[in-house]
Design a protein around this ligand. Structure first.
Ligand SMILES: Nc1ncnc2c1ncn2[C@@H]1O[C@H](COP(=O)(O)OP(=O)(O)O)[C@@H](O)[C@H]1O
Ligand SMILES: [Mg+2]
Length: 233
């Protein structure tokens, strides 16, 4: 299956908005793109249609009508890792084979898949499996969204090392949320250092957007990333 698995150096780094913008661009180019957020957790249910806010945005961007139970088979109304949620008496315990079965159902309906992970690569799903194990089973191309905050070299290199341990070979990194006012020389050198030390390509750098919505992120990505290059990888 052609598609992307979107992970990040942490939660709140930009997986959903970037994944949604990529889905929107790909859909607008005429490709039938499906989306999935197999495991989600939040302190509240977002809407009647979609329990997870991430799922609502991804589904809107990809213009899909797949049922919420397929886009997001596992939702926990507590913002924590699925493994932790499973200790809290949630009925819908993580079942990795079931999540994979649903993924294949979506693959049969679409020509390209964008799957958002949960948090970073070492988020535990069960005692034995991490989201990185699940990602490996999907067979998609992995993209890492990295923050632009101090500490990102460490977090990005850790993420890449772990990806490799799990047999995931990230095709590239998107650095998100760069403040334009930052010292651009340092910023450029940090970006250069990440690429040099990791041997993983920086696909693009996304600025911090004061007012953010899907179409704004779509335009920003179109301006800052070579989408065709990503699709051919
Ligand atoms: N480039 C950006 N500029 C401004 N806000 C951003 C940017 N990228 C992400 N955000 C905001 O940061 C928050 C976290 O992004 P999100 O995509 O939900 O991250 P994740 O899916 O990794 O948890 C959201 O409120 C999102 O709108
Ligand atoms: Mg998200």
């Amino acid at each position: 299956m052609k598609g992307l698995f979107i992970t990040a150096t942490d939660t709140g780094v930009g997986k959903t908005i970037i994944g949604a913008a990529l889905a929107s661009i790909i859909r607008r180019s005429g490709v039938d793109v499906g989306v999935m957020k197999p495991f989600a957790s939040a302190d509240k249910v977002f809407s009647r249609k979609h329990k997870s806010e991430d799922v609502a945005l991804l589904a809107k961007a990809a213009q899909v009508t797949d049922p919420d139970e397929q886009i997001n088979p596992f939702f926990y109304q507590v913002p924590t890792a699925p493994f932790v949620a499973s200790k809290l008496n949630f009925k819908n315990k993580v079942n990795i084979s079931y999540a994979l079965k649903i993924y294949h159902t979506l693959c049969a309906k679409h020509d390209f898949m964008i799957v958002e992970g949960i948090g970073g690569v070492m988020v535990p799903l069960t005692k034995k499996k991490y989201i990185a194990n699940f990602a490996k089973s999907l067979g998609l191309s992995t993209i890492i969204v990295s923050s632009s905050k101090l500490g990102t070299i460490n977090h990005t290199l850790l993420t890449i090392k772990v990806c490799k341990c799990f047999g995931l070979n990230p095709i590239g990194i998107i650095i998100n949320g760069i403040e334009e006012k930052n010292d651009s020389l340092v910023k450029d050198k940090v970006i250069e250092a990440i690429e040099e030390l990791s041997d993983v390509k920086i696909l693009g750098v996304i600025p911090f957007l004061k007012t953010l919505n899907l179409s704004k992120m779509r335009l920003t990505i179109e301006r800052n990333l070579d989408i065709n290059e990503i699709l051919l990888m």
